[in-house]
Design a protein around this ligand. Structure first.
Ligand code: G4P
Ligand code: NA
Ligand code: NA
Length: 194
């Protein structure tokens, strides 16, 4: 997606060989117009999948997911990372290990928002090692719902997640794929839809 690639080129900061900072439009401040276009792009890429719900994880997955939900006219659910006062009963849960933080966290979704028969689109802001996406997939399976695909804003193609998820058979659509952050420079994959 050319608009997103331009935004990353202009505002992204390479923090290390493996970490890209995009807090001016995705991870802290949010650019609503860009998110609106991202929502349209996800809607176009998954228009034939009969999506009934979008599932993401707090916090940075919410903005692109809501915009996709607006375009597709379906509800958006975000998995919680912490137990809330009101979210206590009838939970679907999964453990998500973060290689970055070297810790495991339980994520949860109320059973009442995912049903058998739902065709779920999983959306996240970043795809690195794929653990968040796999955790969300586990929650969809626990609900006996179907995974229609995965929509990712920025995939780090030099990490393993994309390969794992595609080999597992998921339709993964990433709006920008970063193949390298070497030498302080963002290199994008050429062979994907822009
Ligand atoms: P994984 O799910 O693909 O295995 O990723 P990992 O555990 O490595 O990611 C942990 C957190 O770091 C996630 O956000 C993920 O989106 C984010 N992340 C991973 N790589 C990058 C990167 O290169 N740049 C940025 N900006 N973020 C990255 P989170 O902790 O869940 O935070 P948030 O959703 O509340 O923002
Ligand atoms: Na994130
Ligand atoms: Na995220």
């Amino acid at each position: 997606m050319q608009l997103l690639i331009e935004k990353i080129k202009n505002e992204g900061k390479v923090l290390s060989e493996s970490v890209l900072k995009v807090d001016s439009f995705l991870n802290h401040q949010v650019d609503p117009e860009l998110m609106f276009e991202i929502g349209k792009e996800f809607a176009a890429r998954f228009k034939d999948e009969g999506i009934t719900k979008i599932l993401t994880i707090e916090s940075s997955g919410i903005a692109p997911s809501v915009m996709a939900g607006l375009q597709m006219n379906v509800p958006v659910i975000f998995a919680r990372k912490r137990k809330s006062l009101t979210l206590v009963n009838d939970l679907l849960t999964a453990n998500v290990y973060s290689f970055t933080k070297q810790e495991s966290n339980e994520i949860s979704v109320s059973k009442k928002f995912l049903q058998e028969g739902d065709q779920v689109l999983i959306i996240d802001d970043f795809l690195a090692n794929g653990q968040a996406a796999l955790g969300l997939a586990q929650i969809v399976k626990e609900a006996n719902a179907s995974i229609a695909g995965m929509g990712i804003v920025i995939e780090k193609g030099f990490q393993d997640g994309g390969k794992q998820l595609r080999e597992a058979g998921y339709k993964v659509e990433s709006l920008a794929i970063v193949d390298s952050l070497a030498d302080g420079k963002v290199t994008f994959r050429q062979d994907h839809k822009v």
